[in-house]
Design a protein around this ligand. Structure first.
Ligand SMILES: Cc1cc2nc3c(=O)[nH]c(=O)nc-3n(C[C@H](O)[C@H](O)[C@H](O)COP(=O)(O)OP(=O)(O)OC[C@H]3O[C@@H](n4cnc5c(N)ncnc54)[C@H](O)[C@@H]3O)c2cc1C
Length: 319
């Protein structure tokens, strides 16, 4: 989140002054500056020598009001903020900011499931709620809806939706399932998208369109605000479902598979989001490259084929 004020650097006295105010606003115990936490909130899979991606501090607010206060303080002192939900996109950069001096605002403590609505098939969550939390909650409370998940359960619903994440059910295009967000803007004010712009409108999470332009996408894959609440459409638990696999023995069969699947997706015979992946993608899940091929350069096609032939139900391409 940027302001017109020039940004503070790591050793900047402005940053020190802002940190004092952050401590007063959200409690000193929720403002971490120790090296261990700063490493945890860069990328735990990055070399420790990449210190340029270490945030100088990690803030963990618990309420929307605390987020608003953080943003106002940061604005006054020219401190850049980088917000995330769980901040566990491990291996892809984690929650590391791209600029030195940027303070991470991690929202794991904002982890309330605000509503699960079976009748209208939606949920409303704070940004720290993970897919695992949501699954446990719906199971424990006898809910009948399915919340679409990505491959990993530890990420947040909000972070995944804002990053245009994908799962496999009919609501797998998560950004498209978002219905109504609450956002803290750079001046600390609150914006509610869609019907949420009207106070207490009961259709906030039912109708994506409010009056006028839809603003939700402005806050996805951007840094224009901090999302503090989100509604997501889900699907009712189906009576039956079938998982189908297609495996291809050769690369040249791939166009035929895509040509077969495309019309079925367009006419909505297939309503969910199939995943098409290579053998090497699948092998990376079960072992290291050196387990399969110790040589340099790309794994030769014939070597891959021989490995794949030994693994049941795996093809050179898989859907
Ligand atoms: C092994 C592995 C498998 C994966 N499989 C999948 C998969 O199948 N499908 C898929 O879609 N992804 C997948 N991912 C990618 C990613 O980890 C997931 O998308 C995960 O949901 C990220 O959750 P998070 O809470 O850690 O995201 P975060 O890192 O917390 O958030 C992601 C980004 O969204 C923005 N953001 C988050 N919260 C806010 C907020 N409140 N306000 C403003 N901006 C915010 C920030 O830009 C942030 O950097 C995978 C990752 C790994 C490591």
């Amino acid at each position: 989140m940027t302001t017109d004020t020039p940004r503070a650097d790591v050793d900047d006295p402005q940053l020190a002054a802002a940190l004092d105010e952050f401590r007063a606003a959200i409690g000193a115990e929720h403002v971490a500056t120790d090296l261990e936490t700063r490493h945890e909130f860069s990328d735990t899979y990055s070399p420790r020598s990449w210190t340029e991606y270490l945030p100088p501090a990690v803030l963990q607010p618990a309420t929307t009001e605390e987020v608003q206060e953080i943003v106002r303080i940061a604005s006054r002192h020219g401190v850049e903020l980088w917000a995330n939900g769980q901040g566990r996109n491990n291996g892809y950069g984690g929650s590391a900011p791209a600029h030195a001096g940027t303070v991470v605002v991690n929202l794991r403590r904002m982890n309330r499931i605000l509503e699960v609505n079976d009748e209208f098939s939606y949920v409303v969550v704070e940004p720290g709620v993970s897919f695992n939390d949501m699954y446990d909650y719906t199971q424990a409370n006898g809910h009948t809806l399915w919340v679409d998940t990505p491959d990993i359960g530890w990420g947040s619903l909000v972070g995944n939706a804002l990053e245009h994440g994908f799962g496999y059910t009919a609501h797998g295009d998560r950004a498209n399932s978002v219905c109504g967000m609450e956002i803290v803007l750079p001046d600390g004010s609150l914006l509610r998208t869609g019907m949420g712009a009207m106070t207490d409108n009961p259709s906030w999470h039912l109708s994506k369109r409010g009056f006028g332009p839809m603003l939700d996408s402005l806050f996805m894959q951007s840094n224009f605000g901090i999302v503090t609440k989100m509604g997501l459409w889900c699907m009712p638990q189906p009576e039956y479902y079938i998982t189908g696999w297609v495996t291809l023995e050769d690369d040249e069969h791939l166009p035929a598979l895509l040509d077969a699947v495309r019309p079925l997706m367009i006419d909505r015979t297939i309503m969910n989001y199939p995943s098409v992946f290579t053998a090497s993608g699948a092998l990376a899940v079960v072992g290291k490259r050196t387990d399969f091929f110790p040589g340099d350069g790309p794994i030769p096609f014939e070597v891959s084929k021989a490995i794949v032939a030994q693994i049941p139900n795996l093809g050179m391409w898989n859907m």
